[in-house]
Ligand binder design. Structure first.
Ligand code: NAD
Ligand code: TYD
Length: 375
């Protein structure tokens, strides 16, 4: 039987991949997204004219709107992707992170609770509120530390991870205090199609093909665990279908890589998939730049609970996932051009130090400037 889900943040990177997958499974989606700089309706263009994808532009913190959507569409689940999601932006200007990730999540929870209380007993028993969160809430690991489990104490270090941790605590409290059947997933770094090019993977691919420098923070030895976005979406489906209310599930790729390994892998794949006309490999564009303040050294995720209890495992290998990702960015030039708006260029200029407003994204000179100021 097809399901009926209220998705928030479904025009962003992971949310849009999730929505596309749900529609291919015939589930009806009400998609509430504010369309911030990170939300993009082009991500959902395959669904244009689809009557079972109902897109609503709005804020998860707009209680009246959320109440109306819940009442009109009577979903069996809410999946909350909506968030401000970029660590560097949270360092630059944290306020919107507090507003959406904490206050917005609180309003969404309140409305979900009141809707859930009004359901008949059988629907109340089936209802789920799935909160999509991050492994960054657990803080930073040393080189020999064991991977994060669901029992690892929270120790967020950036305004982004602190705001996600706060919302996780609220979601947990709404289960324990009010009985709202919530579940939380804490996932590692995703990569794949439709990721906004402020994040490492798409930034590297797009800069490389345009011949711009490839900025690597600090010594490039920070470690992240990487997961292909469709594998994350499949894990969320499995948690929705079989997860236990009140529980947390860690999700990851069991694929720890240093940042410099990621950038080098992308460069070698690009050398093969889109060879440069100049006689130098893409890796010659790698440029070490000033480190991110408070930069977490290592994340690693222990996924044994979701594997053991729900039978989920990633389907893609690192190489197959990275190949699919690069292919998508090479093939979707229209999408790439559309996201490189003035706002994007302004961010790149601010973050990577380009002097002139609206200058070309990551002009080589600007990176060199940042490199020199870092040393
Ligand atoms: P994203 O930034 O690409 O997308 C976020 C979406 O939320 C955008 O479409 C944006 O318009 C929307 N949004 C922002 N504020 C909103 C508001 N107030 N009301 C409604 N919509 C709003 O983010 P993403 O990478 O797709 O991440 C989705 C979720 O997954 C986030 O909660 C993030 O914390 C979590 N997560 C991301 C990763 C990752 O590697 N990207 C890993 C683990 C967890
Ligand atoms: P990012 O994609 O921003 O994800 P997160 O901060 O949520 O892990 O960054 C991934 C890693 O790559 C992180 O250690 C920071 C690093 N990084 C760079 O080295 N250069 C860059 O230009 C960016 C955006 C990130």
């Amino acid at each position: 039987m097809s399901a009926n889900i209220l998705v928030t943040g479904g025009a962003g990177f992971i949310g849009s991949n999730f929505v596309l997958g749900e529609r291919s499974r015939k589930n009806r989606i009400v998609n509430l997204d504010l369309l911030t700089y990170a939300g993009n309706l082009l991500n959902l263009s395959d669904l244009s004219g689809d009557p079972d994808h109902i897109f609503v532009q709005g804020d998860i913190g707009d209680r009246a709107l959320v109440r109306k959507l819940l009442s009109d569409y009577q979903p069996e689940a809410v999946v909350n992707f909506a968030a401000e999601s970029h660590v560097d932006r949270s360092i630059d200007s944290p306020e919107s992170f507090i507003q959406t990730n904490i206050v917005g999540a609180f309003h969404l929870l309140e409305e979900a609770l009141s809707f859930w209380k009004g359901l008949a007993a059988d629907r109340r028993a089936r209802f789920r509120f799935l909160h999509v969160s991050t492994d960054e809430v657990y803080g930073s690991l040393g080189p020999e530390d064991p991977a994060f489990t669901e029992k690892t104490p929270y120790a967020p270090n950036s305004p982004y991870s602190a705001s996600k941790a706060a919302s996780d605590h609220l979601v947990r409290a709404y289960y324990h205090t009010f009985g709202l059947p919530t579940m939380i997933t804490n996932c590692s770094n995703n990569y794949g199609p439709r990721q906004f090019p402020e994040k490492l993977t798409p930034l590297t691919v797009l800069n490389a093909i345009e011949g711009h420098p490839l900025p690597v923070y600090g010594d490039g030895q920070n470690i992240r665990d990487w997961l292909f976005v469709d594998d994350h979406c499949e894990a969320l489906r499995v948690v929705l279908a079989k997860g236990e209310a009140g529980k947390t599930y860690n999700i990851g790729g069991s694929c720890e890589k240093t940042n410099i390994e990621i950038v080098n892998t992308l460069c070698s794949l690009l050398d093969e998939m889109a060879p440069r006309s100049v006689c130098a490999p893409y890796s010659s564009l790698i440029t070490f730049v000033k480190d991110r303040p408070g930069h977490d050294r290592r994340y690693a995720v222990d996924c044994s609970r979701i594997e053991r209890e729900l039978g989920w495992r990633p389907g893609e290998t690192f190489e197959s996932g990275m190949r699919k990702t690069i292919r998508w960015y090479l093939d979707n030039t229209h999408w790439v051009q559309s996201v490189k708006s003035g706002a994007y260029r302004d961010w790149i200029a601010r973050q990577y130090g380009a002097a002139e407003e609206n200058s070309a994204a990551l002009a080589p000179q600007s990176i060199v400037g940042k490199l020199q100021s870092a040393t």
